[in-house]
Design a protein around this ligand. Structure first.
Ligand code: NAD
Ligand code: GLY
Length: 361
């Protein structure tokens, strides 16, 4: 088992990574320090992993809330369900919530923990690759509003993250690839050595080889923990974690959050950011080709979905969260391993990039 510390003074916490962590009684005893516990999960994950977690909760009164699968569970309605159940069962401020699932369950549970009685403890047990390398770490919690994704939320850190690599064996292939997009992201924005390693080992990772997976998650979490420790509330360097997100969100919005998974849109968006960097003379073409190749090997799309138009892309990019005083800042690349946040690009180059990636011209 590997342990990485997210260093945030009194809000610091460990991320445990390894095989069979869900069977590790001592880990649970160390972190489940309340006798009032609520596990929040969904109807896909529950039949797979709820029982094994329940077995770890000896001498504890626990409740289980099983929500429907899907992004729709990241809603104010679900938040209300969690809070109602906690109140009905008379849970006090010392209770602990456990998020057992992917990013949807993690984001919702984290936000419920931030809200209930002004903040209770929560543990992340991420079960998708995306959640293990990204969403369970760093304390961004949220639910969606009808008018926008992640619009109601808080920065609120868990007390521990338990990433058991074994649970990834049941993850569908597309979901696994979507998580890999976020892994590749760390290499591209700040860790060239990791990027080189990923190029050499992508087939072993895709085959879900234990050692390759453990190292992939560990190195991703080290990168995320370093960035979060430096800039918890995204006033600077944390924005680089959004590489490809402005392009990706524009694609997701145009597709009404259907057709493509988040990680698939981010993968394509990262390549578009690399292409724009090349057009602006920041990075050479061979590096853009390298990024395209690794995304293809990870079975991620490298062209915008055929139903999306240039006009939709431009319109959707305008309302991005990284827009400040009407100026849209983008994450671009000076090199593989060197991301920059900048508004120094031309509309013409941006349109050329979008046009280049449109499947429907
Ligand atoms: P998800 O939670 O919807 O999980 C994807 C699918 O995999 C679901 O159908 C789920 O039931 C299933 N699943 C989960 N674990 C499984 C397992 N071990 N075996 C089989 N199936 C399993 O999606 P996700 O990609 O994990 O997360 C996406 C969410 O995360 C989005 O809401 C996004 O906004 C959010 N997110 C948050 C952050 C953050 O920093 N908080 C970062 C990135 C993404
Ligand atoms: N997923 C981006 C962040 O945590 O900042």
């Amino acid at each position: 088992m590997k342990t990485i510390e997210v260093d945030l003074d009194e809000r610091s916490y460990p991320i445990y990574i390894g095989k069979s962590l869900l069977s590790d009684q001592r880990l649970f005893e160390k972190h489940v320090t309340s006798s009032q516990v609520m596990i929040i999960t969904n109807e896909t994950v529950a039949p797979l992993y709820l029982e094994i977690v329940e077995k770890r909760l000896t001498n504890v009164n626990y409740e289980t809330l099983i929500l429907p699968d899907g992004e729709t569970s990241k809603s104010l309605d679900s938040l209300n369900q969690v809070i109602t159940r906690l109140m009905e069962k008379k849970y006090s401020r010392t209770c602990i919530l456990i998020a057992l699932g992917g990013g949807v369950i993690g984001d919702l549970t984290g936000f419920a923990a931030a809200c209930y009685q002004r903040g209770v403890t929560f543990i992340q047990i991420p079960t998708t690759l995306l959640a293990q390398v990204d969403s369970s770490v760093g304390g961004k919690t949220a639910v969606n509003h009808a008018l926008g994704k992640n619009m109601i939320g808080a920065f609120y850190q868990p007390c521990a993250v338990l990433a058991d690599t074994e649970v990834l064996s049941t993850l569908p292939e597309r979901e696994f690839s979507a998580g890999l997009a976020e892994v590749i992201k760390y290499g591209i924005i700040r860790d060239k050595e990791f990027y080189d390693w990923l190029e050499e080992n992508i087939e072993s990772i895709m085959a879900r080889d234990d050692d390759a997976l453990e190292y992939t998650i560990e190195r991703s979490c080290i990168n995320k923990a370093e960035v979060v420790a430096e800039d918890e509330r995204e006033s600077g360097i944390r924005a680089t974690l959004n590489l490809g997100h402005t392009f990706g969100h524009a694609i997701e919005t145009a597709l009404n959050y259907k057709e493509w998974l988040h990680g698939e849109a981010i993968g394509c968006g990262m390549l578009m950011a690399a292409d724009l960097s090349m057009r602006l003379g920041l990075m050479d073409q061979t590096k853009v080709e390298r990024i395209k190749t690794i995304l293809e090997r990870a079975k991620l799309p490298t062209q915008i979905h055929k139903d999306v138009t240039l006009e939709q892309m431009l319109e959707n990019m305008k309302v991005d969260k990284k827009s400040r005083d009407g100026v849209l800042y983008l994450i671009l690349l000076n090199d593989i391993g060197k991301a920059v946040v900048t508004s120094d690009y031309t509309e013409e180059a941006l349109k050329e990039t979008i046009n280049h990636f449109l499947a429907r011209k």
